[in-house]
Design a binder for this molecule. Structure first.
Ligand code: ATP
Ligand code: MG
Ligand code: MG
Length: 568
């Protein structure tokens, strides 16, 4: 039994269930297949599929495919993949508004017969001009009072291809003076000589969204049709049309506020521009707020669902802090990802006393150190757990004479409060192994540190040194056994808080959204299959890229940083 959540829509549904208003709660998720799903859709998916789970109902996946120009099979396929990846399954087969075209046509004919629709031969421009304004009632079309017989004939002509695009439309006959502009005889069918990805060349007229959507809902027996607030003033037409057609138990539309997140675009059209102009590498570029992009970035379905729960469902418009999403993702990773060491900006360290020092490791074995000496590779293999939770297994880490540490862990002139290595503070613990003391730094001509020489204290493998306290732990990777890897760090794709407010998307882009580093990682990180998530100790969460990673050429994407001061 799935626990019921609380929000105003679920409260309505709870009341409906109590009143036994419906045999079963039926919702739907109705994407138009004109792009990839994005973060905004995640909210709608979690809401519609979540309600079905919580109230023992069903949720349909219905493609709202009434506008063939922008729609593609690739989008259809990816939408299914994305919904499933988020952890949801629709009832039965995926549905298509286009499979109802015959039925929708019949309903349009019914409206004409009832005197509730007419064919208008005005140009689209005239129709727009004659709609009036908030202060001015609309001007009726010359065709508004044509006979039912004439309208039936003209609509038949529309269907049979006797009109070119834009030369005729079918309009609902409501009220040209209605305060709600959507009720001033809205267009419900238009001529469009365009093949459709599902129905081929069968139709040259296509229903408008406002007509097809409520009737598809009603046809499928949807009980609660949940959409975003911008459709609030379409609701009168929604109710008008389902009542005119005469459904016994018509669906009801409920609106909630759409999800907006700072520094993010949630509009397929604008995201498509980024893809079309190669500003990103594709719909699944890890910087994209698409489900495909977030999946490749390493975001988890659990984290995304948790984020939606925290955002909640209201009618209040607002912008959600991106850090809340990162918080949810981070939380979902902590207990489940194996840890490992990766040096993102390598600085070479030579351990000058390595040969003598590691000879002693055998003596430490008795004291519980789990390691093995590999004579051929001159490598001490240290066995360490993958995670504080020992159920997650262990791996061998190679320790060798030459290592890499991160450039940021040694500063000639350290800032105040610096806890890592410097000429003054030369001792530190190397994570999982010995205490290291820097004896010398080597500079290049520009005065940059290019190498450290150091010694290790042979008595400190897995133990504290005697007589002194060594503060600080840093990560490292063997130079000879470590593996070069491309590591991609990300910042927001957009540098402005509300990229949708900028008319030229190029001006909103963050030039630093992607940084590629030549890193070195411990072997255990590269052997797992592509798409495996890790915590790189002290650096953050990373995923091996599902498309480009291989054991030979490892590629990791940064998921999120390790921590943030942000608290939800
Ligand atoms: P876009 O403008 O990106 O094309 P859309 O609303 O036109 O978005 P649809 O494919 O029609 O995209 O959306 C399917 C469902 O997802 C709709 O019910 C829609 O209301 C919902 N949805 C889309 N964007 C958001 C969002 N930002 N927040 C919440 N729900 C959304
Ligand atoms: Mg839409
Ligand atoms: Mg849209």
């Amino acid at each position: 039994k799935v626990e019921q959540k609380n929000d105003f829509i679920r409260n309505i549904i709870r009341d409906d269930v109590k009143a036994q208003k419906y045999k079963q709660i039926v919702t739907r998720f109705p994407p138009e297949p004109n792009g990839y799903l994005h973060l905004g859709h995640v909210k709608s998916i979690c809401l519609n599929f979540g309600i079905a789970q919580e109230f023992d109902g069903i949720c349909n996946l219905r493609y709202d495919d009434t506008n063939p120009t922008a729609e593609k099979q690739d989008y259809i396929d990816n939408i299914k993949k994305d919904v499933r990846w988020l952890g949801f399954e629709w009832a039965g087969e995926a549905l298509y508004a286009s499979s109802y075209f015959d039925q929708l046509y019949a309903w349009a004919v019914q409206l004409i017969e009832q005197g509730d629709a007419y064919v208008d031969l005005q140009t689209l421009e005239q129709i727009r001009d004659n709609r009036g304004s908030f202060t001015e009632v609309g001007k009726p079309s010359p065709q508004r009072d044509a006979s039912v017989a004439d309208n039936l004939k003209l609509f038949d002509d529309m269907k049979n291809g006797k009109f070119a695009d834009g030369k005729a439309v079918l309009r609902a006959k409501i009220d040209m003076g209605d305060a709600n502009m959507n009720m001033r005889d809205p267009i419900i069918y238009r001529v469009m000589h365009q093949a459709h990805h599902q129905t081929g060349d069968k139709w040259c007229i296509y229903p408008m969204y406002d007509f097809a959507h409520p009737l598809s809902d009603a046809h499928e027996g949807i009980t609660h049709s949940i959409c975003t607030l911008e459709f609030e003033d379409h609701r009168p037409f929604y109710d008008w049309i389902v009542n005119k057609i005469g459904f016994e138990q018509p669906p009801h539309q409920y609106e909630f506020s759409r999800l907006n997140v700072d520094h993010t675009l949630t509009s397929k059209r604008k995201l498509k521009q980024l893809v079309d102009e190669n500003i990103v590498s594709g719909w699944d570029d890890p910087r994209m707020p698409t489900i495909a992009g977030m999946r490749r970035r390493g975001y988890t379905p659990e984290g995304l669902r948790d984020f939606c729960d925290r955002v909640g469902v209201t009618k209040a418009d607002g912008v959600i802090d991106m850090r809340l999403l990162e918080f949810s993702i981070r939380q979902s990773l902590d207990d489940t990802t194996a840890r490992g060491m990766a040096v993102l900006k390598p600085l070479k360290v030579t351990i000058t006393n390595f040969d003598e020092a590691v000879k002693d490791w055998e003596s430490l074995k008795a004291e519980g150190v789990n390691a093995r000496w590999d004579e051929e590779l001159q490598t001490l293999w240290l066995t360490q757990p993958n995670h504080p939770n020992v159920d997650m297994g262990e791996r061998e880490i190679p320790f060798t004479k030459d290592l890499y540490i991160d450039q940021g862990d040694y500063e000639i002139e350290p800032p105040a409060g610096y806890k890592r290595l410097s000429p003054e503070k030369n001792e530190i613990r190397l994570r999982n192994t010995y205490v290291l003391a820097v004896t010398e730094h080597v500079l290049d001509d520009a005065g940059k540190v290019i190498e450290l020489k150091a010694t290790i204290d042979p008595t400190t493998l897995g133990q504290n040194p005697e007589g002194r306290k060594v503060k600080g732990v840093i990560h490292w990777v063997s130079a000879s056994q470590g593996i070069p890897a491309t590591v991609r760090l990300y910042e927001q794709l957009f540098s402005v808080e509300d990229p949708s407010s900028v008319s030229d998307v190029h001006e909103a882009l963050n030039p630093n959204s992607l940084t590629e580093l030549a890193a070195v990682v411990e072997p255990s990180l590269v052997n797992a299959p592509a798409g495996t998530r890790f915590q790189f100790e002290r650096e953050g969460y990373f995923i091996s890229d599902e498309q480009q990673h291989s054991t030979k050429q490892p590629v990791f994407n940064q998921i999120v940083s390790l921590r943030d001061s942000y608290k939800p």
